[in-house]
Design a protein around this ligand. Sequence first.
Ligand SMILES: [Zn+2]
Ligand SMILES: [Zn+2]
Length: 101
Amino acid sequence: MEIKYCWRCKMEIPMLDKEEFAIASELYSNGFKIAKADRKDRFKELLEYYNNLTGFGETEPNAIMHHSLEQIGPDCENCGKPYRTPKAKLCANCGDKRKVE
Ligand SMILES: [Zn+2]
Ligand SMILES: [Zn+2]
């Protein structure tokens, strides 16, 4: 888990690493398998997992599903905000061109 700026939420938020996100994805898909549960109960385990891990108070299960470090790029060398996607060529914040690795 790392705190990163999220372009969709427009705030810094705990993002899950590969292993953590794999667990979250599983809890999320488990949520759909529970019959006759209301939405809050359905994703209770996912929210608990995320909130215990991050100390955050997330209430929206769908938000967790885009808080994955694998879905964003590395930090911009100029402004420190992460690139929007792993393949982005321009920084969405400062317009800095990304150096090709
Ligand atoms: Zn977000
Ligand atoms: Zn930048």
